[in-house]
Design a protein around this ligand. Sequence first.
Ligand code: CAO
Length: 415
Amino acid sequence: MSKALDGVRILDFTHVQSGPTCTQLLAWFGADVIKVERAGAGDITREQLRDIPDVDSLYFTMLNHNKRSVTIDTKNPEGKQVLEALIQKCDVLVENFAPGALDRMGFTWERIQELNPRMIVASVKGFGPGPYEDCKVYENVAQCAGGAASTTGFDDGPPVVTGAQIGDSGTGLHLALGIVTALFQRTQTGRGQRVLAAMQDGVLNLCRVKLRDQQRLERNGTMKEYPQYPNGTFGEAVPRAGNASGGGQPGWILKCKGWETDPNAYIYFITQAPVWAKICNVIGKEEWATHPDYATPAARLPHLKDIFAEIERWTMTKTKFEAMQILNKYDIPCGPILSMKEIAEEPSLRKTGTIVEVDHPTRGKYLTVGNPIKLSDSPTEVKRSPLLGEHTDEVMAELGYSPEQISALRTAGAI
Ligand code: CAO
């Protein structure tokens, strides 16, 4: 079966997480992704957080599926020529070097356009133009600068970063959308263009509702769905809201049976207005369905802490899965707090290809997260990540280099 991005060639200059997430997605949609790495070293994540000596780390393998790997020293004059040949052959160059690194290599936007006016050059940077544009950035810096950390955690504690890699993988997703959009526009204009996804912008985009709340706070001085209401105080900026749901339907994380020993024996419980009467029935507080202090969403807001304490008395008598079963019968929105172990073992996620077992020549079998975006006409087949330089000869031959030329370039340290 054909793939959505069949025929699209990506020159993948990405490393670590943000850029590789993007190019992995494009590879899953069928693009030919040629990852350029430095001979002998490669993407630094190949050796980071290794769980098996001398074997590509899970960090690397889980972000670089379905790609080909070529080694080129792009600071070597002959290596530069190979890179130029690749630029002429590819549709998109994706990079997430520190600001200015591509220019320092000699590959400015102007030079790339000279070589291939159809080339789309897509970059992840930590910040867009402004005071921090020259800064190097990693995941948690982006979470802090993009508004996530100041709005995550509990009111009486410090800012907290989330385990979801919204700075890296989140920005990679943004960049992938920018690339396919630019490819689409190129079908009309015939021209390439630059695509920039700054990590601060990506995180802020995902924190959009918190900028909404900042303006509500400035106008009204309070926000009734926040746990600070009615007894706490609000300052000038959006406070940390603990586990409050943030939407119009109040929610909280509640203990379930076994919470004393199992750190994940919890459930997220949403007191959705349309099912309020059912919630009252389930927890044995039938009188709350009509009581003036509890009957309407507005009346309930000052009592949310007491309400969740009462619901928790009920959830603590059930495991998270028993509670789910009962609550789902009544259409009460809720979700178990699943551990990574439980997710890894979940058969339905294996069935949909969201969790995939992959075989690797030096590592053996391992689990990865498959393509979370399912296209009915372009199914994803997850293939193992490449070994360092595994496809150098193959790609060089496609560029027209003879075996003798390849071996001379290798001797010269260019590839
Ligand atoms: N041949 C020769 N040189 C190469 C090469 C190759 N194949 N590939 C990379 N290099 C060189 C670069 O040209 C650069 O050299 P100069 O500093 O002399 O210009 C050098 O390797 C290091 O690149 P870097 O500065 O990008 O790498 P770093 O480890 O110092 O910084 C990071 C890493 C992530 C902080 C930085 O790349 C960055 O800020 N990227 C943008 C934001 C980003 O994506 N952050 C997410 C990181 S986690 O996903």
